[in-house]
Design a protein around this ligand. Structure first.
Ligand code: ADP
Ligand code: MG
Length: 238
């Protein structure tokens, strides 16, 4: 578990500024959701946190340590993408174990972590199957399992449910909430789904064109949006 701090984080691709100086602190164990229109920089912000992109200026701290120039592999984070990108030729168990094998963890430790993640995600009966024999929701749970087994300091999710149909999205969202309660890890989650944002977030960060428009608890944003733009991105509380 970890806290995260961004100070003046900027990102430019060539001459195009995508992030204009983001200041944000996320507390240990917090569930923070980024929302905003397509192209506003949500994924870029997540990738800058992950270390998959380096900031053009500003600083990134995790657990009080400056990680601004550290590569993704040294930041202790795990990212779950919209496209699950499972290895098709490997079983569910090996899909989850693979990164741990590369980290040279002892086999008993790997097996224990895979078993525990499979139990949490109701995948125990599917460990010997290949991804193509799974439903979309099960595949996405394997992708989440691959993150869990790494025991990351921070989980990063980029629209993880957007490829699922509506019913499955609701079920998987509830599982994610339960998972957060059980794991207690810090989670940073990108979505364009207002219901996901309102139900999952401790705090919502509303982004617009590479700047933070407003940050607050779901109810605070709902009751006191800073402007019409924020109001438009915040769904009903439930
Ligand atoms: P979002 O996730 O909110 O839809 P992105 O972070 O993916 O937005 O993209 C923000 C902007 O940055 C877009 O205009 C996009 O075209 C641009 N962008 C993202 N990644 C790159 C890249 N690798 N090279 C150039 N432009 C990029
Ligand atoms: Mg995106």
């Amino acid at each position: 578990m970890a806290d995260l701090k961004l100070t003046g984080a900027r990102k430019a691709f060539g001459a195009v500024d995508v992030l204009h100086g983001i200041d944000l602190e996320v507390k240990d164990g917090e569930f923070v959701v980024f929302v905003g229109p397509s192209g506003c920089g949500k994924s870029t912000l997540l990738r800058v946190i992950a270390g998959l992109e380096m900031v053009s200026a500003g600083e990134v701290h995790i657990d009080g340590e400056r990680v601004t120039h550290l590569p993704a592999s040294d930041r202790g984070l795990a990212m779950v993408f919209q496209s699950y990108a499972l290895y098709p030729h490997m079983t569910v168990a090996r899909n989850m174990a693979f990164a741990l094998e590369n980290m040279r963890l002892p086999k008993a430790e790997i097996d224990a972590r895979v078993k525990r993640a499979a139990e949490m995600l109701r995948l125990t009966d599917y460990l010997d199957r290949k991804p193509k024999a799974l439903s979309g929701g099960q595949r996405q749970r394997v992708a989440i399992g691959r993150a869990i087994v790494r025991d990351p300091k921070i989980f990063l999710f980029d629209e993880p449910l957007s490829n699922l149909d509506a019913e499955l999205r609701v079920a998987t969202r509830k599982e994610l909430a339960a998972l957060h309660a059980e794991l207690g890890g810090t989670m940073i989650y990108v979505t364009h789904d207002q219901v996901e944002a309102m139900t999952l977030a401790d705090r919502i960060v509303v982004l617009r064109a590479g700047r933070i428009e407003q940050v607050g608890a779901p109810l605070d944003l709902y009751n006191r949006p800073a402007n019409a733009f924020v109001a438009g991105f915040i769904g009903s509380p439930r």
